[in-house]
Design a protein around this ligand. Structure first.
Ligand code: NAD
Ligand code: DAU
Length: 351
C-alpha cells in the first residue's frame, strides 16, 4: 500500500538516477515521481531497471515552468520533495550563467512556492529536501575543512546559483515555517556521470587515446565521494535528518587533480592491457578555468555523529568500479558523446 508520494527532481541525471533507484527499490510503500526535463544531462537509460515498477512514475517537465509545476502539484499532492534538478557543470556556468540562474534559482523557487501553496497550513510530516554542493563555501587554502557553519563565499556562477537556492530554501523555512533540510556534498564520481566532468571525461578520452586536458598546473584539490555513498547519505538525511539543519557530506578523500589523473591512467592501462605509463603520455596542461577554486574538503563529522553515516567505498575500489562500468557500457557512452557533445567539447577545449 502506498503511504506517501515523493517528488524527486532531476532523477534522470547522474546522482538523481541513483537516488531514484535506491528509493523505488527500498521503499515499495512510497510512490516516487521522477520529474526531469531531460536536458543533455538527463538520460532515461539510467533508469531502465525500474521503469516498469508500480511505485515509479516518470514525468518529463521543466521546474521553471510555473503552470506545468502547479498542475503537477495539484495532481500528485507531493508529501515530500527531494530536489536535485540543476544545471551542474561549472564550465557551462562560465559560458552561460543565465541558464544557471534560471534553473537553479527560479526553478527551486517555483518548487518551493508550490510546496507552500499545497501545505502551508498543515506542514506536519512534510519535508522539502534540497541537495546542494560544497562549492557554496568557496575555496579553501592548503589547510582547513568546510563545516556546516562555514560562511558562504561562492566563486562561480554555478556555485552562486546553488548558494542562492540554498538561501531561498532556508528563507521559506524561516518565513513560512516550511520543514526543510539541506545537504552540501563534495565531488561525486561513479557510473552514469555525464562525460563533461573530470573523471568520466578523462575515462572517455583514455579509451579513445585523446589528450587529457588538465586545467592550470593540476594542483587543484577535490574531495571525491562514490555516488552510491552519496545516495545512501541522502536516504539517511531524508529519513532521520533534523528539520532546518544542514549536513555536509564528503568522501574524506582529497586528491590533487594531477595525482588523480595519473592513478586513473594507471588503472586504465592495466585494464586495457596497454603499456605501463602509456596513458599518462596523453596528459596535456591547458588554460586554467577562470575563478578556479583551489581546494574543497569536507568535515563530515556531523552526519557521522548524528546519523552514523560514513563512506563505505574506498577510492581505489570506487574508481575501479567506475572504469569497469564505462568499459562495459560502451553503448551508453557512445550515445551521450554523439551530436551536441562534440560541439560542446570542441568549443570548451578549442579544437
Ligand atoms: P546532472 O547534471 O547529472 O543532472 C541534472 C539533472 O537535472 C538532469 O537529469 C537534467 O535533465 C535535470 N534538469 C536540468 N535542468 C532541469 C529543469 N529546468 N527542469 C527539470 N529537470 C532539469 O547533475 P548531478 O551531478 O547529478 O547533480 C545533481 C544535484 O546534485 C545538483 O543539484 C547538483 O548541484 C548537486 N551536486 C552535485 C555534485 C556532483 O559532484 N555531481 C556534488 C554535490 C552536489
Ligand atoms: O564539489 C562539488 C561539485 O563538484 C558539484 O557541485 C558540481 O556539480 C560538480 O561538477 C563538481 O564540480 P567541479 O568543478 O569540482 O568538477 P569537475 O569535474 O568539473 O572538475 C574537477 C576538477 O578537475 C576541477 O579542479 C577542474 C578540473 N578539470 C576539470 C575538467 C572538466 C580539469 O583539470 N580538466 C577538465 O577538463
Amino acid at each position: 500500500m502506498i503511504i506517501k508520494t515523493i517528488l524527486i527532481t532531476g532523477g534522470a541525471g547522474f546522482i538523481g538516477s541513483h537516488v531514484v533507484k535506491l528509493f523505488v527499490n527500498k521503499y515499495p510503500e512510497y510512490h516516487i515521481v521522477n520529474l526531469d526535463a531531460l536536458t543533455y544531462a538527463g538520460n532515461l537509460e539510467n533508469l531502465s531497471e525500474i521503469e516498469s515498477l508500480v511505485n515509479y512514475t516518470f514525468v518529463k517537465g521543466d521546474i521553471t515552468d510555473e503552470t506545468f509545476i502547479s498542475n503537477l502539484f495539484d495532481k500528485f499532492k507531493f508529501d515530500d520533495v527531494i530536489h536535485l534538478a540543476a544545471e551542474s557543470h561549472v564550465d557551462r556556468s562560465i559560458s552561460d550563467p543565465l541558464a544557471f540562474a534560471k534553473t537553479n534559482i527560479l526553478g527551486t523557487m517555483v518548487l518551493l512556492q508550490n510546496f507552500k501553496r499545497i501545505w502551508s497550513d498543515k506542514w506536519q510530516g512534510k519535508r522539502f529536501y534540497h541537495i546542494s554542493t560544497d562549492e557554496v563555501y568557496g575555496s579553501l587554502g592548503e589547510t582547513g575543512l568546510f563545516t556546516e557553519t562555514t560562511s558562504y563565499d561562492p566563486n562561480s556562477p554555478y556555485s552562486a546559483s546553488k548558494a542562492s537556492s540554498d538561501h531561498f530554501v532556508r528563507a521559506y523555512g524561516e518565513t513560512y515555517g516550511m520543514p526543510y533540510v539541506i545537504s552540501n556534498c563534495s565531488n561525486n564520481y561513479g557510473p552514469n556521470q555525464f562525460p563533461e566532468k573530470l573523471i568520466p571525461l578523462f575515462i572517455n578520452n583514455i579509451i579513445n587515446k585523446k589528450n587529457l586536458p588538465v586545467y592550470g598546473d593540476g594542483n587543484y584539490t577535490r574531495d571525491w565521494l562514490y555516488v552510491l555513498d552519496h545516495a545512501k547519505a541522502i536516504d539517511l538525511i531524508f529519513q532521520k535528518g533534523k528539520n532546518s539543519e544542514t549536513y555536509n557530506v564528503g568522501g574524506i578523500n582529497e586528491w590533487k587533480n594531477i595525482d588523480l589523473v595519473k592513478l586513473l591512467c594507471d588503472q586504465m592501462d592495466e585494464k586495457l592491457g596497454r603499456n605501463k605509463l602509456e596513458s599518462q603520455g596523453l596528459i596535456t596542461f591547458v588554460k586554467d578555468r577562470p575563478g578556479h577554486d583551489l581546494r574543497y574538503a569536507i568535515d563530515a563529522s556531523k552526519i557521522n555523529k548524528e546519523l552514523g553515516w560514513e563512506p563505505s567505498v574506498t577510492f581505489n575500489e570506487g574508481l575501479s568500479k567506475t572504469i569497469d562500468w564505462y568499459l562495459n557500457n560502451e553503448k551508453w557512452l557512445n550515445q551521450v558523446t554523439s551530436g551536441a557533445y562534440k560541439e560542446y567539447y570542441n568549443k570548451q577545449y578549442k579544437k
